[in-house]
Design a protein around this ligand. Structure first.
Ligand SMILES: Cc1cc2nc3c(=O)[nH]c(=O)nc-3n(C[C@H](O)[C@H](O)[C@H](O)COP(=O)(O)OP(=O)(O)OC[C@H]3O[C@@H](n4cnc5c(N)ncnc54)[C@H](O)[C@@H]3O)c2cc1C
Length: 451
């Protein structure tokens, strides 16, 4: 595709399709008209301010780190200005206190442009929701001023370990495979162990620039004793410059190349005060990890996968209008129209389902808390269905567009690289299915397991 073709391609994509507009796709069963107006505002912002820089977010074709960092920090700072990072912070702490449904609609709209950028915003929501759920006003008092201030900050939740990420997410294993260990020592915890993959992670200069102030730190899943199972697990805040923290270089990956800087983290006798353990009551650590980190993390992934899928549908709808086959636009031919209809159908079903589950999260009295096996099953169903949808939509789009879809300029190749990890992280597509089954009939033990 030459530059002129690429430019006209971009302008045609901006035309928009009514069925995909916030007023059509977000049902008022789950939110108010004013809340849909918020999603509309974010969508407009994203279309104008972020969509044009999608390639630059990964440093262009040659993965220029300088361009990627400058673009990521600049766009993220704009989102911070817009208030999206403080949407789940209660108003009493200076946040916007939006409902989970509105936050998910915003999450979808951000992901239409770049699912990595949306994930970066989600990291702040993740840590805030854990501190709010644990009623840690003292910690909110410490972090809220930075979250509501003018500077932009990033944060990380560290779960995955060399023994396997999916093991940590497996309820049958009861956190017994965790090897990042926090030992009480007087008024402190001393943490030792090794995490793989948490992002964004690394030395501070990667997170500092004219547009970004820095890294808030690592909300680390660890255990006081692997043999204690769910009773031993907790969530520990580790400052980004804590003595004894060590990082590898960032991994080179298929997607999320700069938006999510992933590395090894080694904890070498990292000492933190006891108040930095987020959970304070027996059993609360397991509830935070299983419910607020894993289940709600998957539900957030569902909204992101839907936003990504919709972006791809917009691209292929547009392309197929202008690609003429034997005198007729491709999308007017019944075979291709059927494909497009199936793509839309799956995306909207995935959307209506994640919205419904998100609304149910706001009624734990009726549907159960996020850590119950029933709610976890629904969150996993939302993510796995949205993941299968994104896979089908990216694949079909590329087939319909032929080599143009395979080309860098179409953006489909990038969406295709990006959706995959959102389907796989937090335990992955198979773990999702097992958690759905376990929601139906309860945890089962692995045959031959010692646990
Ligand atoms: C871009 C990116 C961002 C990431 N962000 C973070 C982050 O912020 N924080 C973090 O902690 N991690 C993060 N991860 C890591 C990610 O969550 C894990 O890689 C993922 O959970 C899978 O773990 P694993 O790679 O160790 O695979 P494995 O655990 O080896 O699993 C591989 C596959 O084996 C199967 N499997 C293995 N064990 C089980 C089991 N017990 N039950 C069911 N199926 C099983 C599943 O099919 C699974 O998909 C990130 C990874 C990437 C690439």
């Amino acid at each position: 595709m030459n530059a002129q073709a690429a430019e006209s391609f971009e302008s045609r994509v901006e035309e928009g399709y009514r069925l995909l507009e916030p007023r059509q796709k977000y049902t008022q069963a789950f939110c108010t008209e004013d809340e849909i107006a918020i999603a509309e505002h974010i969508r407009d912002f994203i279309t104008k301010e972020v969509m044009p820089y999608r390639h630059d977010l990964e440093g262009g074709w040659h993965r220029d780190d300088k361009l990627a960092k400058e673009t990521l920090h600049r766009l993220y700072a704009k989102l911070v200005d817009l208030g999206v990072t403080k949407t789940n912070l209660p108003e009493s702490w200076g946040g916007l206190g939006y409902s989970p449904v509105v936050r998910q609609m915003i999450n979808e709209e951000l992901s239409r442009a770049d699912i990595g950028l949306a994930t970066k915003v989600g990291k702040i929501h993740w840590i805030v929701s854990c501190m709010v759920a644990a009623k840690r006003d003292d910690l909110l008092e410490e972090f809220a001023p930075r979250i509501v201030g003018e500077d932009s900050w990033t944060a990380c939740v560290a779960i995955t370990e060399p023994a396997g990420g999916a093991n940590v997410e497996d309820p049958a294993l009861q956190y017994r495979t965790l090897r990042v260990i926090a030992k009480e020592d007087g008024g402190d915890y001393v943490i030792n162990g090794h995490k793989l993959w948490p992002g964004p992670s690394g030395y501070l200069d990667r997170f500092q620039s004219a547009h970004m102030k820095g890294h808030l730190g690592y909300w680390t899943v660890a255990t006081t004793d692997p043999n204690a199972g769910a009773d031993g697990v907790g969530l520990f805040y580790v400052p980004p410059d804590a003595k004894g923290l060590e990082f590898s270089n960032p991994y080179e990956k298929m997607g999320f190349s700069y938006t999510e800087s992933n590395s090894d983290i080694w904890y070498n006798d990292v000492r933190i005060p006891k108040r930095y353990r987020i959970d304070t009551e027996p059993g609360q650590g397991a509830q935070l990890v299983s419910g607020f980190i894993i289940a709600l993390g998957r539900l957030a992934g569902a909204a992101r996968l839907v936003g990504l899928s919709e972006a791809v549908l917009e691209i292929v709808l547009d392309w197929s209008q202008h690609r003429i086959i034997a005198g007729t636009p491709m999308r007017e031919r019944s075979l291709f129209a059927t494909y497009l209809a199936e793509m839309y159908r799956a995306i909207d079903i995935a959307r209506q389902y994640y919205l419904s589950v998100t609304w149910q999260v706001t009624r734990p009295d009726v549907y159960g808390a996020p850590w119950t096996k029933e709610m976890k099953a629904k969150c996993s169903a939302a993510r796995s269905y949205a993941g299968d949808t994104a896979q089908m939509v990216c694949n079909r789009a590329m087939e319909l567009m032929g080599s143009a879809g395979y080309a860098y300029e179409s953006h489909v190749e990038k969406y295709m690289r990006d959706y995959k990890i959102v389907q796989m992280w937090l335990g992955g597509a198979q773990r999702d299915r097992l958690d759905i089954a376990q929601g139906l009939y309860g945890p089962f033990k692995w045959a031959g397991s010692d646990f």
